[in-house]
Design a protein around this ligand. Structure first.
Ligand code: GH3
Ligand code: MG
Ligand code: MG
Length: 339
């Protein structure tokens, strides 16, 4: 698979170009224990182990924050009172950080805990608290409840950004990420390309072969694009038979990637009941900053759409990069023209 050249980018967590697989295997619950007493960590680890849970131990707050970020545990047991960074401070830091904000935290508190401190912990984002010395059955049960909540919330988040038919990201996610990517591009002065593609004469597929075959084609296109995208590209189903790919790179990169997508689609027939279909798509490419010195993501999408419209008007199965003179063009809609 041809790869675009690696570009220098600021260090940020790479995001996959497609949502994680929705079918989550029921995994063993992984618990991170953060405490300043090694024997508390040891005894909790032993208990968890005998009840089929995995544990990680962190002595003090700094180590706890590091492990939480690196290991993404399912639940965190956090001692509220520790020398150095207190449990409350650890909680604040973990809740502010994107990678750890969704991990449920249970405070482990001493018997001398005040009501005020309990409320403080819960208001900082902790889900629960347990007073030491704890009752084992209750502790395990509370950890399991937290893990259930975490998995359910994770699934809800995944579903809310996933297109059901293709498993790609949906438009909601695209708009959210495009805005982030555009502001990142501005901040670091990096080029960004927005590619809009629309299948050619797709209505005919539905008309001639039925809606199910149409759905099959959409899933196939999603799969072809998924294979062609890099991990850091954002690939989404914009709606209907339109897809969007956002890549970090200039006009040449955007055009190159689009040509590759176009070629792959054209040369990858879709198996449908009773035979195969060849499908093609038209592409519009717009790039920041050349085409979009100012303006928000809606303007960005609009420019790519203008280029796509031109690709439709001038024969389909082709890539058109935005130029200002395309704006002046007004003609019959591509759909009307196709009939
Ligand atoms: P053009 O080359 O100009 O893009 O023509 P087209 O036929 O692809 O475009 P048009 O907008 O006329 O038709 C798009 C069709 O896509 C119509 C709609 O029924 C179909 N469609 C949209 N979403 C879905 C879907 O989820 N499943 C199926 N099977 N069809 C869909
Ligand atoms: Mg369309
Ligand atoms: Mg179409």
């Amino acid at each position: 698979m041809p790869k675009r050249q690696a570009r220098t980018q600021p260090q940020e967590t790479p995001k996959p170009s497609t949502p994680p697989q929705l079918e989550r295997v029921t995994a063993t619950v992984r618990v991170l224990i953060i405490d300043d007493e090694p024997n508390v960590i040891q005894s909790l680890s032993d208990i968890l182990k005998t009840h089929d849970m995995d544990s990680l131990g962190a002595l003090y707050g700094e180590e706890g924050i590091r492990l939480a970020m690196e290991e993404s545990p399912d639940v965190i047991l956090l001692d509220s009172r520790m020398p150095g960074i207190s449990g409350f401070d650890v909680c604040t830091i973990l809740k502010e950080e994107e990678r750890t904000t969704h991990i449920p935290i249970i405070f482990l508190t001493g018997r001398d805990i005040t009501e005020e401190n309990i409320i403080r912990g819960l208001e900082l984002g902790a889900y629960d608290y347990i007073t030491k010395p704890y009752r084992v059955a209750e502790l395990l049960s509370r950890i399991r409840v937290m893990a259930r909540i975490k998995f359910a919330e994770q699934r809800a988040r995944e579903l809310s950004v996933t297109d059901e038919l293709t498993g790609l990201y949906n438009r909601r996610f695209l708009l959210q990420r495009l805005e982030e990517e555009l502001s990142r591009a501005r901040r670091y002065r990096l080029p960004l390309s927005c590619i809009m593609l629309d299948l050619d004469y797709f209505k005919r597929v539905n008309d001639d072969h039925g809606h199910q075959a149409g759905d099959q084609v959409l899933r196939h296109v999603a799969e072809v694009l998924r294979r062609e995208c890099r991990k850091e590209d954002i690939l989404a189903r914009y709606g209907g038979e339109e897809f969007t790919v956002v890549i970090s790179g200039d006009e040449q990169d955007g055009r190159g990637a689009s040509e590759r997508f176009r070629h792959r689609l054209e040369t990858s027939p879709v198996a449908i009941e009773g035979g195969t279909l060849t499908i093609t798509a038209s592409f519009g490419v717009a790039c920041y900053p050349n085409h979009l010195p100012e303006g928000d993501m809606n303007a960005f999408l609009h420019l790519a759409d203008i280029a796509l419209y031109h690709a439709k008007r001038t024969g389909r199965n082709r890539v058109v990069t935005y130029t200002p003179d395309l704006e002046a063009e007004k003609g019959p809609s591509p759909q009307t023209e196709a009939q």
